[in-house]
Design a protein around this ligand. Structure first.
Ligand code: HEC
Ligand code: HEC
Length: 424
């Protein structure tokens, strides 16, 4: 009885308020830089998340999806892995852990510090800043619809969301926890957590259950109910005439990598391509000569691959750092494009500020380099066509995020216009 009641309550905002009072989420470290405080206002982030709650709750059928499709996704994307079938206790626990800064070595960072619910679960800066203000080399991708992906990270080095979550916790440059046991010890500092783990997994807290709960929470963030979907289902007027022309251009120039179908809803082929990002900054041959011997020496541990990928230049090798195949140099996973309007700046290195910049980049044919995907060639789009493609990209935002979409459109348009008017 208690189990059922607490489980049911766990996901309501009211109960979370009470729980938060018990499970004190405030950091115990007083000394924080202004920048850290600014970027981790937990209460605001939690309110933003609550505002997105589907009417029927986070465990119900996601809005906009027919049951039969959802059933199909559950099976094909492994949304209920054995031992981590979602329920209110697991998702509620994952949510608490997601916002909890105790899970970082100096208690200043939570997952939400870089995957901010007020910014499409991505971050409003070029690349991440890890523990102790350490500059990382990659931009944090959105967690929206992360459930509908098959490989995780820009280079696909994690196979499941459960595996993925171990990465940032133990990475010396991200949350910096020294070991799995140290993470469990942090969790045990809070007696209520011990109860909540019992409730969710029927045992004492373990590191694997920390990653399971985080994964269960992230899998609830399904946002696939966009104006584009209505248009696609036959409602011509659901998007503007410009956006419809943009979709035609997209089908011609972009769809082969950013593919979308009922069975593949995320606008990504899940594959890795070099589209000429960052290739002017880095001498890939030099980086490879430095990185590969180190990697070979580390064949048995993955921890340092994690460190190598997100700090310094090695990560610019992209997928090649993982496969050690030259063909994959500078190749990154095709970005899913749903809700992309909210998550500027763009690309693995955050080097493009607006969606206009992204389309301009493709229009120029990327940045020439040895490993550039043969599909990336100059497109010769007019300014009006660039606008149409961008208009289309803004129709991929879920209806629950409409007001954020409008805000992003205004901000990006202003920035893009100021650049276009400026003499080149
Ligand atoms: C210091 C900033 C930072 C923190 C803290 C952080 N992340 Fe990330 N996250 C990133 C960056 C940067 C990437 C991309 C890294 C890469 O691809 O190599 C990423 C990637 C991811 C991905 C892969 C998404 C995809 O599309 O493949 C997931 C899932 C994720 N993080 C979840 C989490 C969780 C859960 C936590 C907390 C345990 C967390 N992150 C903490 C910065 C952060
Ligand atoms: C050859 C495959 C390929 C083609 C063709 C392609 N893309 Fe991409 N796209 C990618 C890859 C790979 C990335 C990630 C690249 C990186 O970060 O280095 C990406 C990233 C993006 C992003 C950034 C998303 C984010 O969250 O950072 C947008 C937007 C985008 N593409 C839109 C388009 C549009 C519009 C077109 C057509 C004009 C297009 N793409 C054509 C493979 C492709």
């Amino acid at each position: 009885m208690f189990r059922r009641r607490l489980a049911a309550l766990l996901l309501t905002p009211l109960a979370l308020g009470e729980l938060r009072a018990q499970v004190d989420l405030r950091t115990q470290v007083e000394l924080r830089t202004q920048a850290e405080i600014e970027r981790t206002d937990v209460a605001t982030m939690q309110q933003a998340l609550d505002a997105l709650a589907p009417e029927q709750g986070w465990l119900a059928l996601p809005s906009g999806l027919p049951q039969v499709l959802w059933d199909d996704y559950q099976a094909r994307f492994g949304l209920a892995p054995e031992g981590n079938e979602p329920d209110a206790a697991r998702v509620g626990l994952g949510r608490l852990l997601f916002f909890d800064k105790r899970l970082s070595r100096d208690r200043t960072l939570s997952c939400a510090s870089c995957h901010d619910p007020t910014h499409g679960f991505a971050e409003p800066r070029k690349t991440s800043v890890g523990i102790g203000g350490r500059e990382l080399a990659r931009n944090a991708p959105t967690l929206l619809n992360v459930a509908l992906q098959r490989r995780f990270f820009w280079d696909g080095r994690a196979a499941t969301l459960e595996d993925q979550a171990a990465g940032p916790l133990l990475n010396a440059a991200e949350m910096g926890m020294p070991s799995r046991d140290a993470v469990v010890a942090r969790v045990r500092e809070v007696p209520q957590y011990v109860q909540l783990f019992e409730l969710a997994y029927g045992r004492e807290p373990t590191f694997d259950d920390v990653t399971r709960a985080l994964a269960a929470f992230q899998r609830t963030l399904v946002f696939v109910d966009a104006p584009f979907d209505e248009f696609w289902a036959g409602e011509e007027d659901a998007i503007s005439a410009d956006a419809r022309k943009g979709f035609e251009l997209f089908s011609e120039h972009c769809h082969s990598c950013h593919l979308v179908s009922l069975r593949a809803p995320s606008f990504s082929d899940g594959n890795f391509h070099n589209v000429g990002i960052g290739t002017d900054r880095v001498d890939h041959k030099k980086v490879a000569r430095a990185a590969f011997p180190k990697l070979r020496a580390l064949e048995d541990g993955t921890g340092d691959v994690d460190l190598a990928t997100i700090v310094g230049e090695h990560g610019e090798l992209g997928r090649a750092l993982i496969t050690k195949i030259e063909y994959n140099v500078g190749a990154f996973r095709t970005s899913p494009l749903r809700n992309v309007a909210l998550t500027a700046p763009y690309m693995h290195d955050g080097s493009l500020e607006t969606l206009w910049d992204v389309v301009d980049h493709y229009n120029r044919g990327g940045i020439e380099n040895t490993w550039l995907d043969p599909r990336i060639t100059p497109l010769e789009l007019s300014d009006a066509q660039v606008d149409q493609l961008v208009a289309f990209l803004f129709t991929l935002t879920d209806r629950r995020l409409e007001s954020q979409n409008e805000k992003a459109l205004r901000a990006q348009r202003q920035l893009a216009e100021s650049r276009r008017d400026a003499p080149k």
